[in-house]
Ligand binder design. Structure first.
Ligand SMILES: Cc1cc2nc3c(=O)[nH]c(=O)nc-3n(C[C@H](O)[C@H](O)[C@H](O)COP(=O)(O)OP(=O)(O)OC[C@H]3O[C@@H](n4cnc5c(N)ncnc54)[C@H](O)[C@@H]3O)c2cc1C
Length: 816
């Protein structure tokens, strides 16, 4: 039996491709004192039976960066370790069978070019030339990615393990981790057992790479890793004469992918309703296990496949494979340090792309551990986005039955999940519903995205172009611009920071000046040491030693973790008070009239100026009115204790009844903020984006004394910016922007839109996006003088650009 050390710099739990990659990359960074513990044998969970597709193009730049890294790594691993990884650069083809899918594929091809992934659009004829076995009836388009490939997943993992071992890592099989020891909110070690033997490894860092076991393992330490296994199917045929070497083929409209391997064909499925598995726990003995066949379940996919690939009709089926794989509520994996426990890291939940993802994810995580910060923006896979309630098993069962199929469904803009809805609701949810709200979901919250007119169907008809809610959106947008609109933003994250050191503590974390009189609201960012934006928020001083921080609902847990991580000795309490208050933004030039009709307070500029918060009487209740705006109009955000929320909402609606007040949804709020070029965290601004390049220098007060990120701001000021966030307005009003459309400067692709929506007041689609400077510090006028276009599904549309908000650049409307 191998010796198990009693201490290590890091302990990795799980020896699938994820754990092996983390071990390999940590060892590569010189972390030789690393131990990987695997309960049975390496790859015996999910890794051994993956189909082995290695596709490079993912939904975002950084995910593509990681997938490309994996492909490069795997192509060199064989030479490095001497272990055959079976990596072959076969290329891949994706075909569409509908016009909508054609749009999606053309958009993806455009994006591939932005990300530096080689791609070629194919006509149905060209598809036929490259894949003669395919029945191209109904094929509308194809995309060819020559650098995509396939590999033998188990050997990839074993080669990574060998590479890690050769650099000093200890990789031990047959050792099960039974618990993670904790002291003072930090990991201190892991307990293990090996048959009758039990022991402990002292360590400050554990990395949960336990695949479909990760949820339970995390729960043992109070860490949320919301994922659940689903059955995942493929068949492999007998050898087919004349098949030849073929690229990987995806036919998402038929939920199918095809991989030729050694003269046989593998047909895999992403069926619309998957079968969750292992709800009652996973057998202790699980080791290279398969799940029972379910031919009835697979049959619809096979039927379509036989039509699409007629040679399958003659081929015998050699293997019917069914294996478990973990899926997450949003089809994205989990990476990073868990917000609940210092030193507890996660790399799990790979949603059927763990082979292609793990190479890059392991590299990124290793750098994150080494440097204390991620190498670039990883927010979309950051474990801090997971909500605690999401580890509820019934929720997971319902949601993952849908997310497996969503991987191959059309990735429409604004697409909403259909399952496991309604978990988090505002106190006025039923009011909104009665008024025609069509809801979307964010972090489990139901939010009114738009309001249907009486008699209109209350559903999205998804499309890339015209939206069935376009006119509703216009009416809501224009109500905010010309009259008065009422929103429900109860989903805002609300954090109370209170105590003797509250002011000094926040002053160190925020780039803005926080030592303001009680009642003042400060729009600010929390920066990292690189000047990147960790959080975009408003800070309201409620009293001498009490502040309210309002953050996006999606980033609440991240922001709480950031605050707590920097708390150190500061005498403050940091409390999540999100559920305590509802928030009703009342916005528009008539907002003051509406408020005056339901409140005796004075809302004049003198009594309640912009950037201040006051307690007000409203209806028969009490609330706090914050004079701020995310839509760029006169307005107040009304913060109401949840017990009075319904009453206050009714009072507002009644007061607005003969003043043209309109209920408005998130889509209208989003398009208004885009007209004003207000940034949105996660899209336009991330921890990778320097606050000055994001155009938010006005909110940074370098003269106030030291704060995190100040040096990076001063350095950038001195050196000049490398890129600028610009606002775009299409010159042809019939087009739509959603985000991720390539941006061209003087005919050359230079970036992509980070946000996009239709700006009804500006009369065209509006976007935001970074444009690199031609040289460091390039002057704004030079950048503005160039010709810009945006590419939409292969078509270039000229745009106007601006570095100031195109709508009300002087913010006169806000302060009227
Ligand atoms: C049918 C099918 C086809 C697929 N095709 C592809 C594909 O083409 N391309 C692609 O990229 N991905 C594919 N995947 C997905 C891919 O296989 C997975 O995402 C990946 O293998 C997950 O790796 P992992 O290391 O996270 O999990 P696993 O491989 O499951 O590893 C987790 C390990 O943790 C160990 N463990 C658990 N608990 C403990 C404990 N307490 N102590 C010690 N060890 C523990 C387990 O024994 C296990 O070995 C496919 C999956 C399936 C099912």
């Amino acid at each position: 039996m191998a010796d198990i050390p009693n201490k290590a710099r890091a302990v990795i739990i799980g020896g699938g491709v994820s754990g092996c990659s983390v071990a390999y990359h940590l060892a590569k960074l010189g972390w030789t004192d690393v131990v990987l513990l695997e309960r049975k044998q390496l790859t015996c969970g999910t890794t051994w039976h993956a189909a082995g597709l290695v596709g490079q193009l993912r939904a975002s730049q950084n995910m593509t960066r990681l997938a490309k890294y994996s492909a490069d790594l795997y192509s060199n691993l064989e030479e490095e370790t001497g272990l055959a990884t079976g990596f072959r650069q076969t290329g891949s083809i994706t075909v569409g069978l509908t016009d909508h899918r054609k749009q999606e594929i053309l958009r993806q091809a455009g994006l591939a070019r932005v990300y530096g992934v080689e791609v070629e659009e194919l006509s149905p004829r060209e598809v036929m030339e490259r894949y003669p076995h395919l029945n191209t009836d109904g094929v509308t388009v194809g995309a060819w990615l020559p650098k995509d490939g396939q590999a033998d997943p188990a050997n990839i993992a074993l080669a990574l393990a060998r590479g890690a071992r050769e650099r000093g890592a200890r990789i031990l099989e047959g050792v099960k981790v039974t618990g993670v020891a904790v002291a003072d909110g930090r990991v201190t070690g892991v307990d293990w057992e090996q048959g009758e033997r039990k022991g402990h490894v002292a360590t400050d860092i554990v990395i949960n790479c336990a695949g479909m076991w990760a949820r339970e393992l995390g729960a043992m330490s109070g860490v949320s890793v919301p994922l659940h296994a689903c059955e995942h199917f493929y068949i492999v045929t007998e050898a087919i004469d004349g098949l030849g070497t073929m690229p990987v083929l995806r036919v998402p409209d038929e939920c199918a992918y095809y991989k030729e391997d050694a003269g046989k064909m593998l047909l895999g499925a992403f069926e619309p309703r998957a079968k969750p598995w292992g709800m009652e726990g996973i057998s202790e003995d699980f080791c290279f296990d398969q799940l029972p066949e379910d031919f009835d379940h697979f049959e619809p996919i096979l039927e379509a496949a036989v039509n699409r690939m007629p040679l399958l009709a003659e081929a015998g089926i050699h293997t019917f494979f069914n294996g478990p794989e973990s899926f997450t509520p949003d089809d994205r994996y989990y990476l990073g340090e868990a917000p609940e426990l210092r030193g507890y890291w996660v790399a799990a939940g790979y949603n059927s792309i763990g082979i292609v993802s793990s190479g890059g994810a392991g590299m990124a995580l290793a750098h994150w551990l080494e440097d204390g910060e991620p190498p670039f923006d990883l927010w979309e896979v950051d474990i801090r986005r997971a909500q605690p309630f999401q580890r509820n098993r019934r929720y997971l069962r319902e949601r993952v039955s849908e997310t497996l199929g969503l991987l191959y469904a059309d990735h429409y803009p604004n697409r909403q999940p259909e399952t496991a809805r309604g978990v988090r609701r505002s106190p006025v949810h039923e009011h909104l519903k009665a008024a025609g709200a069509v809801f979307g979901e964010m972090a489990g919250w139901e939010r009114a995205n738009w309001f249907a007119a009486p008699g209109q169907e209350r559903e999205y008809r998804y499309d890339w172009d015209g939206q069935n809610w376009f006119e509703n959106h216009r009416a809501e947008h224009m109500a905010l611009r010309e009259g008065a609109g009422l929103l429900d933003m109860t989903s805002f994250g609300k954090i109370r920071v209170e105590g003797r050191d509250a002011c000094a503590f926040l002053d160190r974390l925020c780039a803005g000046r926080i030592d303001v009189p009680p009642g003042r609201i400060v729009y600010t960012q929390m920066l990292n040491a690189r000047g990147g934006i960790e959080c975009d928020l408003t800070v309201t001083r409620l009293a001498e030693s009490a502040y309210l921080l309002v953050v996006p609902g999606a980033t609440l847990r991240r922001d709480l973790a950031w605050l707590r991580r920097h708390q150190q000795e500061a005498a403050v309490a940091i409390v999540d008070v999100t559920a305590a208050e509802a928030v009703f933004p009342l916005m528009g030039p008539k907002a003051r009239d509406v408020l005056a009709a339901c409140s005796p307070d004075d809302f004049s500029n003198a009594a309640h100026p912009f950037g201040t918060a006051r307690e007000i009487e409203i209806g028969m209740g009490l609330a706090r009115a914050h004079r701020v705006t995310y839509v760029g109009e006169l307005g107040w955000e009304i913060y109401v204790p949840t017990d009075q929320a319904a009453h206050v909402f009714e009072a507002l609606v009644e007061a607005g009844a003969d003043r043209g007040l309109k209920l408005c949804g998130i889509h209208a709020m989003n398009s208004c903020r885009l007209e004003k070029a207000f940034r949105h965290f996660g899209h336009d601004i991330t921890d990778e984006d320097h606050v000055l390049e994001a155009g938010l220098g006005f909110a940074v007060k370098t003269d106030k004394g030291d704060f995190i990120g100040r040096d990076a701001v001063l350095r950038k000021k001195e050196a000049g910016v490398d890129r600028r966030l610009m606002q775009f307005r299409l010159t042809e009003p019939e087009h739509h922007l959603h985000h991720n459309e390539p941006v061209l400067r003087d005919g050359k692709i230079v970036g992509y839109l980070t946000s996009g929506a239709y700006g009804h007041a500006l009369g065209a689609a509006i976007g935001l996006g970074y444009v690199p400077c031609n040289r460091r510090g390039e002057r704004p006028e030079e950048m503005l003088n160039a010709d810009y276009a945006v590419e939409i599904a292969g078509r270039r549309v000229a745009t106007e650009v601006s570095l100031r908000a195109m709508y009300d650049p002087k913010s006169e409307r806000v302060k009227t």
